[in-house]
Write a protein that binds this ligand. Structure first.
Ligand SMILES: Cc1cc2nc3c(=O)[nH]c(=O)nc-3n(C[C@H](O)[C@H](O)[C@H](O)COP(=O)(O)OP(=O)(O)OC[C@H]3O[C@@H](n4cnc5c(N)ncnc54)[C@H](O)[C@@H]3O)c2cc1C
Length: 371
C-alpha cells in the first residue's frame, strides 16, 4: 500500500530518511522552514566566495558513510588537505598529532550533501514552511479511518494526513512542536507527555559564527585551529580557502566559531561589534595584526548548535543522561508504534553530520518496515 510520510526538517536527518524511503512506493513530503535544504550543514555565497557557516566538513567515520558519499557522485567532492592544529586557554598554537581523519565538503558547499541525497528521491520539499502544530486523527475515507498525523504550518495551511511523521528539528524546537501536538486517548496523552519531557531534557549549546573576509592570503600551514581546553573565547577558527572552489586566489575567509559562553552572552550584539570582537581575538590567536581589519564580515547565530547529550540517555562520553532511560525508551517506542518518529543528531547523541544522517536513515528504514 502506498503510504504518505511527512518529515519536518530538511537537514541531514530529514534528507537521510527520505533517501532511505526512495525505493518504496511511499509518498514523501518534507516541510522545511528555511529557503534551502541542509539545516545546520549550511552554505552561503557572497562577493565571489562560498562558505560553510554551520558544519565545516563531514568526516567519513566508517565505510558505509564513505560508500554513500561516493555513490552520490565524486564530482565536486573536496578533501581538505591541510591539518587541524590545536590551542588552549593561553592561546598557544600547537601542531596536531598528524592523525587527522579526512575531512570532506563540496566545491558548491556542504549543502550539497542534503541536495544530492534528495536528488535521488521523489520527495516533495515544501520550503519556507514552518510546522507549528500537529494533530492525530482519523483520515476520512482511508482504510476505514486509519490513524494519521496532520501538520499545520504558521500560515495556517494543513499538510497531510500522514501515516507516519518524522520530527527532526533540534530538541528544543521538537519539544515546542510536541507541546503543540494533539493526541487524544489515554495512551497517546501519556506517551506524548513522557516524550515531551524527555525531549525537553536534551540540552543544546549555542554557537555564534563570525565570517571574516580579507583581501590577502594567510601564510600558515593549518586549515583549522581547535580549542582543546574549551576555555578560550574562540572555540574554532578555520580558513575557507583550504576548500577548493570556495575563495578566489589571493583572498582569505575565516570562519570563527565563538565559545558557547561567549556566544550566549553576545548572541544579539550587532554584527559589527561581534565581528570586531572576533577579529581582535583571531588576530591575537593567529599572531597577525592584519586580521583585526576584515574588509567584509557576515555571521550566523546557531541558538541550537550542538546537543550536549542524546535522547535515550546516550552521551558522547558513554555516561547516561536523564533520570529515567527506560521510561524514555518506552515513550519513544510507543510514539514510533503510532507513527511518530523523532530523529536527528540529538537522538543519536552526537552533534555530527554523519550521526544525523544515519539516525535519519534508520528512522526511514523503520518507517518502511512498519508500513
Ligand atoms: C556551528 C556548527 C559547526 C558544526 N561543525 C560540524 C562539523 O564540522 N562536522 C560535523 O559533522 N558536524 C558539525 N556540526 C553539527 C552538524 O551540523 C549537525 O549535527 C547536523 O547537521 C544536524 O542535522 P539534523 O538533520 O539532525 O538537524 P538540522 O540540520 O538542524 O535540521 C533540522 C531542520 O529542521 C528545520 N526546522 C526546524 N524547525 C522547523 C519547523 N518548525 N518546521 C519546519 N522545519 C523546521 C531546520 O530549518 C533544519 O533545516 C556543526 C554544527 C554547528 C551549528
Amino acid at each position: 500500500m502506498m503510504a504518505h510520510i511527512g518529515i519536518v526538517g530538511a537537514g541531514l536527518a530529514g534528507a537521510g530518511a527520505a533517501y532511505a524511503l526512495r525505493d518504496t512506493d511511499h509518498d514523501v513530503t518534507i516541510l522545511e522552514k528555511s529557503r534551502g535544504v541542509g539545516g545546520r550543514a549550511a552554505t552561503r555565497r557572497k562577493d565571489g566566495c562560498r562558505y560553510d557557516h554551520g558544519a565545516n566538513y563531514v568526516k567519513l567515520p566508517d565505510d558505509r558513510t564513505g560508500d554513500l558519499v561516493r555513490d552520490l557522485g565524486e564530482d565536486g567532492l573536496v578533501d581538505i588537505a591541510e591539518p587541524v592544529w590545536t590551542f588552549g586557554a593561553d592561546g598557544e598554537i600547537a601542531p596536531g598529532d598528524g592523525a587527522d581523519e579526512h575531512k570532506y565538503t563540496w566545491e558548491a558547499g556542504i549543502t550539497q550533501f542534503a541536495k544530492r541525497l534528495l536528488a535521488e528521491t521523489d520527495a516533495e520539499v515544501r520550503k519556507t514552511t514552518r510546522a507549528e502544530s500537529i494533530a492525530r486523527g482519523k483520515a476520512a475515507g482511508r482504510d476505514g479511518g486509519a490513524d494519521t498525523w496532520t501538520v499545520t504550518d504558521t500560515d495556517g495551511a494543513e499538510h497531510g494526513p500522514f501515516d507516519a511523521l518524522l520530527l527532526t528539528p533540534p530538541a528544543p524546537q521538537t519539544a515546542d512542536l510536541l507541546a503543540a501536538t494533539e493526541w487524544s486517548g489515554e495512551e497517546g496523552e501519556d506517551a506524548l507527555a513522557a516524550l515531551r519531557t524527555a525531549v525537553d531534557g536534551v540540552e543544546f549549546r549555542t554557537v555564534r559564527t563570525l565570517v571574516l573576509h580579507y583581501p590577502f592570503e594567510l601564510d600558515v600551514p593549518w586549515y583549522g585551529l581547535v580549542d582543546v581546553d574549551k576555555a578560550h573565547e574562540i572555540g574554532w577558527l578555520s580558513r575557507e580557502e583550504c576548500k577548493r572552489g570556495h575563495v578566489p586566489d589571493g583572498e582569505s575567509l575565516l570562519i570563527v566559531q565563538m565559545s558557547p559562553e561567549w556566544s550566549t552572552e553576545h548572541y544579539d550584539d550587532p554584527l559589527d561589534e561581534a565581528a570586531d570582537a572576533a577579529a581582535t581575538r583571531a588576530a591575537d590567536l593567529v599572531g597577525d595584526d592584519r586580521l583585526t581589519d576584515p574588509d567584509w564580515v557576515d555571521d550566523q547565530g546557531w541558538r541550537y548548535a550542538l546537543p550536549n547529550e542524546g535522547l535515550v540517555g546516550d552521551t558522547d562520553d558513554g555516561s547516561t543522561a536523564g533520570a529515567d532511560g527506560d521510561g524514555v525508551a518506552d515513550a519513544v517506542a510507543t510514539a514510533r508504534e503510532a507513527g511518530l518518529f523523532p530523529a536527528g543528531d540529538w537522538v543519536a547523541g552526537r552533534g555530527r553530520v554523519a550521526a544525523a544522517l544515519w539516525n535519519g536513515i534508520d528512522a526511514g528504514e523503520s518507517i518502511a518496515e512498519r508500513l
